[in-house]
Write a protein that binds this ligand. Structure first.
Ligand SMILES: [Zn+2]
Length: 312
């Protein structure tokens, strides 16, 4: 009886998951931006961390630029883009300045505002044209790929987490630099993706990466499910295991959709050989064995994660 109830419940859940898997009607899934202020902020941070720059500045310009780099070196360079609340607040405030000539009325520390406005003409003259062109080229490629394949990827990626794809486009900012991982996503969902300093996320990979980053809004489902299964089974599992599943889900669904269109694609984490960083040797195979049942609609999230945890 218990089993029959569980089976019936499983069926209801699977039907719910399947119902969200039909291709989405024509609508924008992502809203891409190339924002001057956000780029200068990330660029000053990475230059302050030692990224080499070459520019033929006048002595006055060089002095002003170095002053801004020094401010970042002292106050912002070592702070985490994702976990430091102050850095999150700066990023959010700068998003509101997209397309504006100054930072007037933008909610950041007045000293930082003065530093950025002083450095702005120099950044605009020596760096921004190249950065903006790289962002726009990345966006153009990703927009084409999302237009061709995204409507079939989105409902499956979200459906695997038992969720519908968000009704509003997920905002994505391209940036010359986006931290050590080449991309990060904050809540409410907003992704920052590097257009220049991660060569691995270009071409077809940009399609996977926009869906991977958007999936972080459901990452808690994975970490919670894995923690509960580990507790039940009395196991210790690698801390990055949930992220391996997140990578696998977006990567494998992207691969399947592209394959159906006759395009060969190797997912980002396999190509970069980074699964082992998340959950050790054999990690990808374990995730694949457990999560493929979820992708086929034959397991609930909890069942798939229980199987995954049991394989450790
Ligand atoms: Zn990630």
């Amino acid at each position: 009886m218990q089993r029959r109830v569980a089976t019936a419940l499983t069926l209801v859940l699977l039907l719910a998951a399947c119902r969200t898997s039909a291709p989405l009607p024509e609508r924008r899934l992502f809203e891409f931006n190339s924002n001057f202020w956000l780029n200068m902020h990330h660029f000053l941070r990475v230059v302050a961390r030692g990224y080499p720059v070459k520019a033929d500045m006048t002595p006055t310009e060089r002095a002003a630029w170095e002053k801004a780099v020094e401010v970042y070196r002292n106050d912002y360079a070592k702070r985490d883009l994702l976990f430091d609340e102050g850095m999150l607040a700066i990023k959010t405030a700068l998003r509101s300045a997209n397309g504006r000539a100054s930072l007037e009325g933008v909610a950041i520390d007045p000293a930082l505002r003065a530093t950025m406005e002083e450095a702005a003409p120099i950044y605009r003259r020596y760096f921004w044209p190249e950065h903006d062109a790289a962002n726009r080229s990345w966006i153009e490629n990703a927009t084409r790929l999302v237009g061709e394949h995204g409507a079939r990827i989105a409902p499956r990626v979200a459906g695997a987490y038992g969720e519908p794809w968000p009704s509003e486009p997920v905002p994505v900012d391209l940036s010359v630099s986006a931290g050590a991982s080449g991309a990060y996503t904050t809540h409410p969902p907003h992704s920052t993706i590097a257009s220049m300093d991660d060569p691995q996320n270009r071409g077809l990979a940009s399609l996977e990466i926009v869906f991977h980053e958007a999936s972080h809004q459901w990452g808690r489902r994975l970490s919670k499910g894995i923690a509960e299964a580990a507790e039940q089974q009395g196991k210790q599992v690698p801390r990055g295991l949930w992220h391996a599943v997140l990578f696998y889900n977006a990567g494998e669904i992207t691969r399947q959709v592209l394959a159906a269109d006759g395009i060969d694609y190797v997912d980002y984490a396999t190509r970069g050989d980074i699964y082992k960083d998340f959950c050790g040797s054999g990690c990808r195979e374990k995730v694949e064995a457990a999560w493929d049942a979820r992708l086929r609609g034959e397991a609930t999230i909890e069942e798939a994660l229980e199987r995954l945890v049991a394989s450790f």
